[in-house]
Design a protein around this ligand. Structure first.
Ligand code: NAI
Length: 204
């Protein structure tokens, strides 16, 4: 669904109001039947002979993905990765906003990243009491990950965007999304190795 959403955002930006399943399949490099199957799972938004209404499909997928309201995000650990993520320009376009940045390093206090001032970590409990926060992004060293996760959960956060290489233990009412660039790179390496094996067996 996020991939469909991304393409539909681009189509909308280009002023396209309608697309056939064939054109969408060519654009996204998936079969038209896969598209029908994916979208049928969510009620099927196409019409025979018409294709898909881009605005309508975009808005329906936005509802499915919970993107019809803005999700305030705090980010903890404003080092190399934390700063890169905070500067990610598409955040607000995707219905997420950085509500606060926190770091244990006192020297970073007051410094601005992407228009938001960094607060010290000890300000976090009060901040969470007075601000509505949906998501906490963790970009801290892995040794602190579980403690920091416990802190944010204790203060009412129910979703963690976890960049640390730790499998967090969380209560059932908390959702965690792990993001590991290295996993993606290993997947690419695997695909490359498979492709090389196929090519060499074709040549034999
Ligand atoms: P960094 O050292 O540049 O930044 C870490 C920041 O966290 C520092 O500013 C530090 O003061 C702060 N910090 C440390 N303990 C804290 C605590 N208890 N509370 C609040 N702030 C705290 O490190 P970098 O390169 O930004 O990496 C951060 C984390 O992200 C590491 O765990 C690293 O392994 C992970 N990482 C994950 C990637 C992924 O694809 N998931 C990619 C790159 C890094």
């Amino acid at each position: 669904m996020p991939r469909y959403y991304r393409y539909l955002e681009e189509l909308r930006a280009e002023g396209v109001d309608r697309i056939s399943s064939g054109d969408l399949s060519r654009l996204m490099n998936v079969t038209a039947s896969q598209i029908r199957q994916d979208l049928n799972n969510f009620g099927g938004f196409g019409q025979q002979g018409y294709g898909y209404n881009v605005d309508y499909l975009h808005d329906e997928i936005a509802k499915i993905l919970g993107l019809t309201r803005v999700h305030p995000v705090i980010l903890i650990g404003v080092g190399n990765l934390g700063q890169a993520i905070s500067n990610y320009v598409h955040f607000s376009r995707l219905s997420f906003e950085i509500a606060g940045l926190f770091d244990i390093n006192e020297k970073l206090k007051g410094r601005e990243v992407a228009g938001t001032k960094i607060r010290t970590y000890d300000e976090l409990p009060d901040f969470l009491k007075s601000h509505e926060v949906d998501i906490a992004a963790l970009t801290i060293p892995k040794v602190h990950a579980q403690d920091v996760a416990d802190d944010v959960i204790k203060n009412g956060v129910h979703a963690i965007w976890n960049f640390t290489h730790v499998d967090l233990v969380v209560p059932d009412d908390v959702v965690v999304e792990n993001v590991h660039l290295s996993d993606s790179l290993m997947q690419l390496s695997y695909n490359l190795t498979e492709r090389e094996a196929e090519t060499s067996s074709d040549e034999e």
